[in-house]
Design a protein around this ligand. Structure first.
Ligand code: MIC
Ligand code: SF4
Length: 639
């Protein structure tokens, strides 16, 4: 039987396990990346594991999320990460060098290799045929130490593209169309491979927009073949030597095939507050727009920015609109400057922000009260922009600029003649903002620089066989990590200070949760389906751990979050009968009985109000041992 692209890469990197859907497999990891908001914790964990040097082929520590440095906290964290990188053998990408995924695609990604990153949009590198996955910081720390990365062998989906995008329709619309088809949970447990004749019309940056947003489907990752287009891109980046061709076998078998005709797509928008809440620009035309933001790891390539600049050239954005443009990398920004496109953007009235995540993670540029904000980003979860009642729509750069010019949601097809952009044969290569590690000898004498904001990892205890706890919070379907552990300018500086962060846990849903949980000492959270979708932030597990959460019972879980819970020693459990969700109420006293035996059998009994409810778990041997030890760190140290 033939293999898919992902199956081929998995086969080449398989350390243990069988490549059977649903089985746990262990993969050898070639490259890792971290960003600052998850990085500090990941490196503290790496230090705790106690390995003196990273063992991967390449590991990069990026600073891109919190670059405001509004107090000492971030500057301290950045200095810590920089000193760790130098000592342990990682490259350090300075703040301002760009968003990790954009820079990794440009400068470091290699087709056919495996990459894990402590950021859920790591699959962006699937745009050049890498098997790239988002993971919790602890999993990245283990991989840096040469350990395997464990996943459940995913199903294989194929999206077959035919036709060609019509003028004013873009790769972002392909992402939004697949979200419309599959929803935010439709990719859970699957790898999405993009293929068909239509892919020959898509450049690497367009492919990367699509693999980037595969994260919003809940997919394990998304991947494109590595072909002539990949080769051209790598050559233009001066990295032609890392090119290898990669394609699926003719007789590869897929669990599901979805057909999309690119020629039929229209400009789309994801309406508040979910990336799968899709409507067309035609339907929404006339909605007043207050703010437009262009950038993020989804749409910040040179190609996107040149298009934006061309659309804005000689024009003015509407007086009522405030617009920002954040180029994805220093390479993009300096090429925009060199060709004059930057001044076209500025002359049109847009603000140019730093090459960083910026508004995407609520680091400034929050919309006005109830403000309508059109963003070329990938997430529009409630409150993520920093304005609780902000109305965020996810759009392509074309829809964003068309709407900025008119002040209303505008179908760019009404703008008239289409604007084509030409890509350069050679990108401007300047890696001066990437600091190389010290050699092994020099590294021995180097000191790690720590600031007072870095607080220790929360205490963990081995699991108990009987758990009695209060149901301190009951939440609905599709709870995101932005609900569990919000980010934004006020909180992000404290990503290495779990006690402080804990005050904000679930604040979007219930401001009194944190104090209630602390008081209860031992608690259980109940959720609906797709609990923990979104970010890879392990803080969404470490903070509940600190607050005494022992288990989360939900109808279903998002992949990375479930893994992070187990890594933190918190049990993710699902209802055998989803209707039992209705039987539970906040403040119920819950008892999980015979936990050890139940974990082996895959079924644990919950006693509540004199009634018994069956809960399911399908932990592997390794996961049972991790949970029993009180989390992956304790388990790894005890091994
Ligand atoms: C996000 O887009 O939510 C983030 C911020 O990049 C996160 C990582 C984090 O929370 O630090 C992600 O996607 O994993
Ligand atoms: Fe940064 Fe936004 Fe991308 Fe997350 S989704 S990595 S915050 S740009």
């Amino acid at each position: 039987m033939g293999l898919t692209i992902a199956q081929k890469i998995i086969k080449n990197h398989l350390i243990s396990g069988e490549m059977k859907v649903g089985e746990e497999i262990a993969l050898r990891i070639d490259q890792t990346l971290t960003q600052d908001a998850t990085g500090t914790m990941a490196y503290l964990e790496f230090e705790a594991i106690g390995i003196p040097r990273v063992k991967t082929k390449l590991s990069v520590a990026y600073i891109d999320h919190n670059t405001l440095q509004s107090g000492f906290e971030n500057a301290d964290d950045h200095r810590y990460i920089q000193s760790v990188a130098k000592k342990f053998g990682l490259r350090f990408s300075r703040p301002g060098n760009g968003i990790c995924h954009q820079v990794h695609l440009e400068r470091f990604g290699v087709p056919g290799m495996t990459l894990i990153g402590s950021d859920s949009h790591t699959p962006t590198a699937g745009g050049i045929g890498m098997l790239a996955m988002g993971a919790g910081g602890l999993d990245v720390a283990v991989a840096m130490g040469g350990g395997a990365y464990y996943i459940t062998m995913p199903k294989m989906y194929k999206v077959n593209l035919t036709g060609k995008l019509q003028p004013w329709v873009s790769a972002k619309d392909v992402s939004l169309e697949i979200l419309r088809i599959l929803s935010v949970k439709g990719g859970v447990g699957a790898i999405i491979e993009w293929g068909g004749e239509g892919i020959k019309t898509l450049s690497v940056p367009e492919r990367a927009t699509i693999t980037n947003m595969g994260t919003e489907l809940g997919a394990t990752t998304s991947i494109f073949p590595s072909d002539e287009i990949t080769k051209e891109f790598l050559e233009a980046q001066g990295r032609g030597d890392v090119y290898v061709p990669l394609a699926s076998d003719e007789d590869a078998v897929y669990d599901r095939i979805i057909d999309i005709n690119l020629s039929e797509l229209k400009p789309l928008l994801a309406c508040p507050h979910s990336p799968d809440n899709i409507k067309s620009a035609e339907e929404l035309k006339g909605v007043k727009v207050d703010q437009v933001c262009i950038g993020s790891c989804t749409n910040s390539s040179l190609r996107d920015m040149l298009k934006v600049a061309k659309m804005l050239k000689g024009k003015k954005i509407d007086d009522s609109v405030s617009m920002s443009v954040s180029p994805g990398s220093k390479q993009v920004l300096s090429m925009l400057a060199d060709c004059g496109a930057l001044s076209d953007i500025l002359s049109a009235g847009a603000r140019v922000l730093e090459c960083a995540c910026g508004p995407c993670i609520g680091m400034g540029f929050s919309p006005n009260s109830k403000g309508v904000s059109l963003r070329t980003f990938n997430r529009n979860f409630e409150g993520r922009s920093g304005t609780k009642d902000g109305q965020v729509y996810l759009v392509s750069p074309e829809v964003a600029v068309a709407s900025a010019l008119t002040g209303y949601i505008t179908d760019p097809r009404t703008l008239g003649e289409y604007i084509e952009v030409e890509m350069p044969d050679k990108f401007k290569i300047d890696d001066s903002a990437v600091i190389m590690p010290a050699d092994e000898k020099e590294a021995e004498g180097l000191e790690i620089l720590r600031g007072p904001n870095i607080k220790p990892f929360p205490e963990t205890k081995p699991l108990e066989n009987q758990i009695t706890a209060n149901l301190t919070l009951k939440v609905e379907d599709n709870i995101t990590t932005d609900h569990i552990m919000p980010a934004g300018a006020k909180i992000l500086p404290y990503r290495s200070n779990i006690p402080y962060l804990s005050k904000f846990c679930f604040a979007v849903c219930d401001e009194s949760f944190a104090s209630r949980a602390l008081e209860a000492k031992s608690s259980i959270i109940v959720g609906g389906s797709n609990y923990g979708q979104g970010s890879s932030r392990e803080h969404a597990a470490l903070v509940p751990l600190y607050l005494g959460v022992k288990a989360v019972i939900a109808k279903s879980f998002a992949r990375i979050h479930a893994a992070n819970l187990i890594n933190a020693g918190i049990m993710p459990l699902t209802f055998e009968n989803p209707e039992d969700y209705d039987k539970l109420s906040q403040d119920d006293k819950l008892t999980l009985e015979n936990v050890f035996d139940g974990m082996e059998k895959g079924k644990i009994t919950l006693s509540v109000n004199g009634e018994k409810i069956n809960l399911l778990c399908s932990y592997t041997r390794r996961q049972i041992d991790i949970l029993k030890a009180g989390g992956l760190l304790a388990y790894t140290k005890g091994e």
